[in-house]
Ligand binder design. Structure first.
Ligand code: LLP
Length: 426
């Protein structure tokens, strides 16, 4: 069941009318459903039940402390890409021992921080990074657990900005170089080679590319075994897409089906090898956990009829939600209280930011008036985390709804806070 539904003509988050959220906290506001979050996580947890598996939520998708706390309580680990994200995990009460650290440019300071907190694994993406990590660990008298992010050269068939598993991408170690890179890793005194990982892209609607990548990783694990390099965990990354509702989009593969197929392949491989080798399986899902959990609630300021287009000017803007202008992403825009009697008109829904790229939706049939509320749907992933203060706009508030209860989990930024860190020349 959707956790956002119309009840008595008003769009609700669980049992709370979005109009009540707007009255209480203003707009623009990100509104998340607690039960949607728990349900999305449970799809992974249920499919992993009874197995040696760990779901490391890719917190770049949404890193609000309340979201991290709720997921940590369900047993989630976290996929981080910065020292700042690690500090967020700790602030939210998450377990650093369930943290994996991804990313191509980890600094010395970030490596130190992660080693101090005893994270589960560094997903290393290059030979220079191996050497840096080896030195940092050595200087601390520690050994760093490493996995190599292998680039399996699989076409994820998604937007070029969010495809990461092709030879042309900056990510990972090329499949053909993986063996040599593993040898280097194994030869370094302060590293423990523990895993293998990949992440081929995001918003994948089909799981075939992920299963193809899995086959390549399995092949490599077997080769590494013959070299005496034994891999203890296999991390397949994130990437499962969500249904943004665009006309003509195929529905995404259900998480349970994907994990079922993936585990079936892993089981067959383990059975074929007589010792039935033990391998922990790690996932790094972001979008599929949080996208459908949230909406961006916004109010119509003006309607501006134009010669070629009509504009619906709202109080949210590209700084609140980058996805449409950055990726050409289509996201659904719903009236919170639809005016059923009025004839809809076609609008480009735009914000107040001084850029023609400041649009959130284009050519949408809407029956709206100034003052009406709109909800941008499936905005829980890569919305607030990619927001900026462009045009000295304070970032939106964030609210989690639990049944009829509303919890403000991030208050709106005030303008004075936006320049509080700045100073003038003496
Ligand atoms: N693991 C790694 C190493 C990643 O780079 C990512 C996402 C994930 C996991 C999680 O992928 P997901 O399950 O969310 O697809 N801002 C873009 C998406 C960028 C994805 C970056 N990496 C968007 O709004 O579509």
């Amino acid at each position: 069941m959707s956790h956002f539904s119309y009840q008595d003509g008003v769009l609700h988050a669980e049992s709370t009318p979005l109009s009540r959220v707007a009255e209480e906290f203003g707009t623009p506001t990100y509104v998340y459903s607690k039960s949607a979050l728990l349900e999305n996580f449970a799809a992974y947890a249920d499919a992993c039940r009874g197995r040696d598996a760990l779901v490391c939520y890719a917190m770049k998708a949404n890193s609000n402390l309340a979201i991290l706390d709720l997921l940590a309580r369900e047993g989630a680990g976290f996929d981080i890409v910065s020292g700042g994200e690690l500090l967020r995990v700790i602030a939210a009460g998450g377990d650093p021992g369930k943290v994996i650290f991804s990313g191509v440019g980890k600094t010395v300071a970030e490596m130190r921080l992660a080693l101090e907190h005893g994270i589960l694994c560094f997903n290393v993406e290059s030979i220079p990074e191996l050497h840096r990590l080896n030195e940092v660990a050595g200087s601390m008298g520690k050994r760093a657990p490493v996995s190599l992010r292998v680039n399996p050269n699989v076409d994820a068939k998604t937007h070029p900005y969010i495809a990461t598993g092709l030879k042309a991408n900056k990510f990972g170690v090329a499949f053909d170089d993986a063996l040599a890179t593993y040898r280097t890793a194994a030869s370094l005194p302060n590293l423990d080679v523990v895993g293998i990982d990949c992440h081929i892209g995001s918003q994948l609607l089909d799981d075939a590319p992920l299963l193809e990548a899995l086959d390549k990783l399995i092949e490599l694990i077997d080769t590494l075994d013959t070299e005496g390099i034994h891999i203890h965990h296999l991390d397949i990354g994130g990437g499962i897409g969500v249904d943004y509702g665009a006309a003509g989009d195929a529905p995404p593969v259900p998480v349970g089906d994907y994990l079922g197929r993936l585990f079936a392949r892993i089981d067959a491989w383990r059975a074929a090898r007589h010792e039935g080798r033990a391998v922990k399986v790690i996932f790094e899902p972001g979008r599929s956990i949080v996208a459908s959990t949230g909406v961006l609630l916004t109010r119509v300021e003006f309607l501006k009829p134009g010669v070629e287009k009509n504009f619906c000017i709202i109080d949210a803007a590209m700084n609140d939600m980058m996805r449409p202008t950055l990726y050409g992403a289509w996201m659904d825009m719903k009236a919170v209280a639809p005016r059923t009697g009025d004839v809809p008109e076609l609008y480009d829904v735009v914000g107040p930011v001084c850029e023609s790229g400041d649009w959130l939706a284009r050519e949408r049939a809407l029956a709206v008036q100034p003052g009406d509320l709109l909800a941008m749907m499936s905005a829980g992933a890569y919305g607030m985390t990619m927001a900026s203060n462009y045009n000295t706009r304070g970032r939106a508030a964030e609210v989690i709804v639990d049944g009829e209860q509303m919890h403000l989990v991030r208050r709106r930024e005030e303008p004075a806070e936006l320049y509080a860190l700045e100073s003038m020349l003496k």
